[in-house]
Design a protein around this ligand. Structure first.
Ligand SMILES: Nc1ncnc2c1ncn2[C@@H]1O[C@H](COP(=O)(O)OP(=O)(O)O)[C@@H](O)[C@H]1O
Ligand SMILES: [Mg+2]
Length: 240
């Protein structure tokens, strides 16, 4: 079943065509990986789908429902969670408080919100840090907090913007395991990821963008051999 369908989605900022006629589908339960060089339009695409930026034109269907033009709160409540490339935790609140805020979207009472937040914090392996302030956490731990916050609204679709970006090498495998654990729990995932080895390993399908345009969409094995992808992206990184 198709959970997310995007058709001809376009957004310009002045003269910059950040997204031009982008189309793709995500099936329930799969991982879609999005790749592309800096400035390709990846984060903009996330902003359009999650309602943080209004698209100029196109179609966005979530679970068959037209969500084009809805605001971020409505879209979150419908079941699309997201993380941000630039992390935005409430620095002077504890990890538990940060996650509890999101839990109030689904839980009406403090005790339920707290219990659910603790479950999620345990899921992302940060339970011993629950009373620490967000500002005290390492970058890798803040990435986990960001995921926990996105999970707190109980999303059916989770959109992750460079979860493994900006962390040191030894922190990456744990984050990749967490993404796999999320998929195993039944959440559908769209992930922007720069590490080509990771994207090839975890994705069921890959969408490749360059200069606001879709240059390829398909299974990892096909993407790896696509000449436009190699020219735009793979040629610039070390492919093991
Ligand atoms: N709010 C904005 N205002 C103006 N230009 C923007 C804005 N957001 C993104 N852009 C531009 O759109 C293009 C795509 O950016 P972005 O989606 O952040 O790329 P990526 O995430 O692939 O690196 C870039 O040229 C960027 O400068
Ligand atoms: Mg980006």
């Amino acid at each position: 079943m198709t959970l997310l369908a995007v058709e001809n989605l376009s957004k310009s900022f002045g003269g910059i065509h950040a997204n031009q006629d982008i189309g793709f589908e995500v099936a329930e339960g799969e991982i879609l990986g999005i790749i592309g060089p800096n400035g390709a339009g990846k984060s903009t695409l996330f902003d359009l789908v999650t309602g943080f930026t209004r698209a100029d034109s196109g179609k966005i269907l979530f679970d068959g429902r037209d969500i084009f033009g809805l605001g971020p709160d409505r879209i979150a409540a419908l079941g699309i969670g997201r993380t941000f490339q630039k992390l935005k935790p409430f620095a002077d609140m504890t990890l538990l408080e940060n996650v509890m805020i999101g839990c109030f979207v689904k839980q009406a009472h403090i005790k339920q919100a707290r219990d659910r937040a603790l479950e999620i914090i345990d899921f992302v392996d940060l339970i011993e840090k629950r009373h620490h302030f967000a500002r005290e956490l390492s970058t890798g731990q803040r990435k986990r907090l960001e995921l926990a916050r996105a999970m707190s609204i109980e999303p059916r679709l989770l959109m992750m913007d460079e979860v493994t970006g900006g962390v040191d090498q030894k922190t990456i495998p744990g984050l990749v395991e967490l993404i796999k654990k999320l998929k195993a729990s039944g959440v559908t995932i769209v992930t922007i990821e720069h590490n080509i080895n990771i994207i090839m390993e975890i994705s069921d399908h890959i969408l490749a963008l360059d200069q606001g345009q879709r240059i390829a969409f398909g299974k990892p094995a096909d993407i790896q051999n696509d000449q436009r992808v190699i020219d735009a992206y793979l040629g610039t990184v070390d492919v093991a």
